[in-house]
Design a protein around this ligand. Structure first.
Ligand SMILES: NC(=O)c1ccc[n+]([C@@H]2O[C@H](COP(=O)([O-])OP(=O)(O)OC[C@H]3O[C@@H](n4cnc5c(N)ncnc54)[C@H](O)[C@@H]3O)[C@@H](O)[C@H]2O)c1
Length: 239
């Protein structure tokens, strides 16, 4: 049995990533704060999916959830840090509370989960972690000041973790999506304007991004890639 942990599994891309790994025959523990979304995914995926209500900003809860995953399915071979929030903020509207909220989930949450899964992966001498950055972390648009900074931090965190963990057999990489149609973006009116700038003239589906995660973390894949941020933006950002 091969095990993956997927944060943000109740919605959007996290849900698609969990589905993809279960479809590939893996056992998946989904960490999220939304119990109803986790519950419906458990109904859909059955016993191969373990729903765990966890706030990833709570270090104790994260440690406990990783332990529950190991008890149920064995040590994780892959971890996708998909959970994230993207409230808008400008130079003028950003404040301490919003900074702490956004950096709490996007940066601290990614750090805590990566730290907790790194221990069993290093012990096994193998593993792959995939973080969720964003093209906003590479080329920030206006109106996403704090979010863009948090995703730039995720790119950097990915590189630091890769530098420390690659010698011990654990590859750490990131995906930087552009526009993706998810429940989160569906709630935002920026989507229509944003797509006009995309050379492919459409948003990605969550499954297309899950495919990148599978490429980075699936068995025997991307075996020489560490510390990379793979851009999946339909040509919006090219590097
Ligand atoms: N949708 C896009 O266009 C887009 C583009 C680039 C990057 N991203 C990034 O991709 C990731 C997924 O985006 P999405 O649109 O699928 O999001 P979404 O809003 O559909 O789902 C995010 C999930 O994260 C969970 N979550 C939030 N805070 C949490 C916490 N403290 N602990 C545990 N779970 C928590 C939510 O409950 C939700 O189920 C995010 O990191 C986002 O920043 C999204």
């Amino acid at each position: 049995m091969t095990t993956a942990i997927v944060t943000g599994a109740a919605s959007g891309m996290g849900r698609a990533v969990a589905r993809r790994f279960v479809a590939e025959g893996w056992s998946v523990a989904g960490f999220d704060v939304q119990s109803s979304g986790l519950g419906s995914l458990r109904e859909e995926l059955g016993e191969g999916f373990l729903p765990l209500v966890v706030d990833i900003t709570d270090a104790g809860a994260v440690t406990e959830a990783v332990r529950a995953t190991v008890d149920a399915f064995g040590p994780p071979a892959a971890c996708a840090n998909v959970a994230g929030i993207y409230p808008t903020s400008t130079v003028w509207s950003g404040d301490t509370a919003l900074y702490e909220k956004i950096f709490g989930v996007n940066v601290l949450g990614t750090f805590l989960v990566s730290q907790a899964v790194a221990a069993p992966m290093v012990e096994a001498g193998a593993g792959a972690i995939v973080n969720f950055a964003s093209v906003d972390g590479l080329e920030p648009p206006s109106g996403q000041v704090l979010y863009s900074a948090s995703k730039a931090a995720v790119v950097n965190l990915t590189q630091s973790f890769a530098a420390e963990l690659a010698p011990r057999g654990v590859r750490v990489n990131a995906v930087a999506p552009g526009w993706v149609v998810t429940p989160g973006t569906g709630a935002q009116d920026r989507l229509e304007d944003g797509l006009a700038q995309v050379p492919m003239r459409r948003a990605a589906t969550p499954d297309e991004i899950a495919d990148v995660v599978w490429y980075l973390a699936g068995e025997g894949r991307a075996t020489y890639i560490a510390g990379a941020t793979i851009i999946a933006s339909g040509g919006l950002v090219m590097r």
